[in-house]
Structures are given as structure tokens and as C-alpha cells.
Design a protein around this ligand. Structure first.
Ligand code: NAD
Length: 367
């Protein structure tokens, strides 16, 4: 088998700082588990703009298309705020998502027991929570035509259009069912079929795809009721699949059930490539955190857990992903905290590198 390939795009702000710890973790898997990756690195976002005058060069785009997985840090920062929209750092990220056609965005909401006190919900509601939201990422109301602001009579009208084709719904639904098969075999689909025709079609297509997955228990919920249930008793869910707009809201809400932004990984998956692996990009949910960049304060866990998702979803190394996630959990159990996770009195925060050291030590202990 060929060595799996990985393109690292560390980006801006704390991106390179958290990615440095992921590089050490990748090195650990090579040294201690014999898992080698063909790693290449390149620039994205502001760093690419500084070097090339564009947030993503065509060469980097071509590399991203040819590797098994892309691992991205974060892009953006105040230095680039005044740039024209067409060359802003975020355009680099959007180009990657669009040209790789990453239509399924996976956002886990997982509550490590040691951090259950961080949630705004009661400890027993969130402790042990482990759900996955699959959000359709490349269609729906953010892309539908017609759109714009027009003038009708003597006032202006803002227009956006929710539009989904059957094939767009089918491919993301299939992705969610496959995921449910690898997890708790429970899938809840959320839309607003009570008031939106696109929701009626969504429900029909998801139900039809469900016939191919008889082992998965499928349920449907209106997205507003889903939002309430996520706050009331989130542990009733395993995998949730929903459209771009509702997924944007529901995944942010679910993520925050679990505490800090510095803990949240994500994956964006596309169609299978020739080798059967999906097109894939993994990245922390957080941004470039200019307020703490360069100070060694950033929490690298979101980026480390994004690599764990790559192990599971791109490289079929679920056991090794479990090993890495358990190492992170063990570190948190021991009370090791970066500054963003401070709550308890008398705890001295560790630096970004200190958290990396602790994760590597916990990985060693896992052997
Ligand atoms: P942000 O996620 O960068 O930061 C929000 C807050 O969370 C800050 O106080 C920051 O210090 C803290 N934080 C974030 N990640 C952390 C970590 N790993 N450890 C410790 N603390 C962490 O969001 P923002 O401040 O709204 O945006 C800053 C820049 O990042 C902007 O230019 C924005 O456009 C960009 N951005 C990029 C992405 C991305 O690359 N995917 C996502 C969101 C924002």
C-alpha cells in the first residue's frame, strides 16, 4: 500500500503554533506505531498572501486535490482586515472547500468528563456526551439563486433562496448513514418539512436512502424542536444530519455545550477518490486568535483532535484515533490545562508546548 499523504497548511496567528504540536504527534505515530505519512507543507491565508499576493496559489490548490487529506490550522488576522474581499485570508479556505467539493461537514460535540463543569448546562446533562452533527456544506440557502437586494416599488427587498437537489441531499445523507453505522447506529435528520418544501424533499430523500441502511434507527425532527432537544437532553442523539443553514446554527450550539473553542475539531468530506478515501480537510473550529498569537498560550487540542479525525475518516485507523483521543482525555483527567481551560482555583496553566508534551507522555503511557 502507498504511504498515506497529508498536506499541512498551518496558516496564520495561532495556526502554526497549534500545528507544531500536531507535527510532534504525527512524529510519535511514526516512531512508536510505525505509521508513516508522506507530509508536505504549504502556505494558506495571510501567510500565502504575504509570500505570493494570493491567499491560496494554484500550486497549493493542486497539491490539496492530490493528497489523501489536508490538515489546516487557521487563517486571518487584523493585519489583513483592510484587504480587498477577493484576497482576504478566508478566501483561501473557501476556495479549498469549494474546489474540493467538501459537501459534508462533520462537527463532533464531545464532552470530556474532566471538563463537564465548563458547560453552561448541568454536569449530568453533558458528562459523557458524544454526538456528531453532519452539516451539508456546499448548497442550500447560502448558495441558492436568486439572491441579492432588489428594489420593489419604494423599498428594498433582501432575497436568498433555499434550494436542494435530490442528489445533493442523497450524498450527504449517505455520508451520515455510513457514519452512523460506524457509531451508535442512530441517525436523526432535521429540517422544517412543516413549512418548507425543501424540507419535505429532504425528509423524503433521507427516508429513501435509509432503506439501504436497515440497521440504522432513523428519526426526523423539525430543526427548531431539535435545537430545544439539544439543550434539554443532548445525549438522546448520536448522529444528526441537517442542511447548511440549520447545521450552521445547530453545530455551533451543540459545540458550545462542551466548553472551550480550543477543544473543537472538524472534518469536511467530499466524494470518494480513486483510492476509495474521501476528499477531506480537517481543521479546528477556532480561528487564528490574534489576541493570544505568539504568546505560547493557544490550546492545541482542537487541532490534535482534528488529526485524530483524519486517522479515523481518511486513513481507517479508528483504533489509533481512539488512542489519541484517550490520551487527550487522560491529560485532562490529570488536570493539565491551557489558559483557556482554567476554572479551578490554584491551577497553573501550561503553554501550547506543555500541552503537547503532556499528550505525548500520555501516548507513551498508552503503549
Ligand atoms: P477565534 O476563534 O480566533 O478566537 C475567539 C476567542 O477564542 C479568542 O479570545 C481566542 O483567544 C480564543 N481561542 C480560539 N482558539 C483558541 C485556542 N486554540 N486556544 C485558546 N484560546 C482560543 O475567532 P475570532 O477572534 O472571531 O477571529 C480571529 C480571526 O480568525 C479573524 O481573522 C477571523 O476571520 C479568523 N477565523 C478563521 C477561522 C478559520 O480559519 N477556520 C475561523 C474563525 C475565524
Amino acid at each position: 500500500m502507498t504511504t498515506p499523504s497529508l498536506l499541512i497548511l498551518a496558516g496564520d496567528g495561532i495556526g502554526p503554533e497549534v500545528m507544531a504540536e500536531v507535527r510532534r504527534v504525527i512524529g510519535w505515530f511514526g516512531d512508536k506505531r510505525g505509521l508513516t505519512f508522506d507530509v508536505t507543507e504549504d502556505l494558506v491565508g495571510g501567510a500565502a498572501y504575504d509570500a505570493h499576493g494570493t491567499p491560496l496559489t494554484d500550486e497549493t490548490m493542486a497539491k490539496a486535490q492530490s493528497v489523501d487529506a489536508v490538515l489546516l490550522g487557521a487563517v486571518g488576522g487584523p493585519k489583513y482586515d483592510a484587504l480587498d474581499f477577493s484576497v482576504k485570508p478566508e478566501r483561501g479556505l473557501l476556495r479549498l472547500r469549494k474546489e474540493m467539493d467538501l459537501f459534508a461537514n462533520l462537527r463532533p460535540a464531545q464532552c470530556f468528563d474532566a471538563l463537564a463543569d465548563f458547560s453552561s448546562l448541568k454536569k449530568d446533562v453533558v458528562a459523557g456526551l458524544d454526538i456528531m452533527i453532519v452539516r451539508e456544506l456546499t448548497s442550500g440557502i447560502y448558495f441558492g439563486e436568486p439572491r441579492g437586494i432588489i428594489t420593489e416599488g419604494n423599498e428594498r427587498v433582501g432575497i436568498n433562496t433555499q434550494r436542494y437537489t435530490e442528489s445533493e441531499i442523497e450524498r450527504v445523507a449517505r455520508n451520515a448513514f455510513e457514519l452512523a453505522m460506524k457509531r451508535g447506529k442512530k441517525l436523526c435528520s432535521m429540517e422544517k418539512a412543516n413549512v418548507m418544501e425543501s424540507g419535505v424533499l429532504w425528509r423524503e430523500v433521507v427516508t429513501r436512502v435509509g432503506a439501504d441502511y436497515p440497521e440504522v434507527e432513523l428519526s426526523h425532527m423539525y430543526a427548531d424542536a431539535g435545537a430545544m432537544q439539544l439543550c434539554r437532553w443532548p445525549k438522546q442523539f448520536d448522529v444528526i444530519v441537517t442542511d447548511n443553514l440549520f447545521g450552521d446554527l445547530l453545530s455551533d450550539a451543540a459545540a458550545m455545550l462542551t466548553g472551550s473553542l480550543g477543544m473543537l475539531p472538524s472534518a469536511s468530506l467530499g466524494a470518494p477518490m480513486e483510492n476509495g478515501r474521501p476528499k477531506a480537510m480537517y481543521e479546528p473550529v477556532h480561528g487564528s486568535a490574534p489576541d493570544i498569537a505568539g504568546q505560547g498560550k493557544a490550546n492545541p487540542i482542537a487541532c490534535v483532535l482534528s488529526f485524530a479525525m483524519a486517522l479515523r475518516y481518511s486513513f481507517d485507523l479508528g483504533d489509533e484515533a481512539d488512542r489519541l483521543e484517550s490520551a487527550v482525555s487522560a491529560v485532562l483527567e490529570k488536570g493539565v490545562r491551557t489558559a483557556d481551560l482554567l476554572g479551578e482555583e490554584g491551577v497553573t496553566p501550561v503553554s501550547t508546548t506543555g500541552m503537547g508534551d503532556a499528550i505525548l507522555a500520555a501516548l507513551d503511557e498508552s503503549l
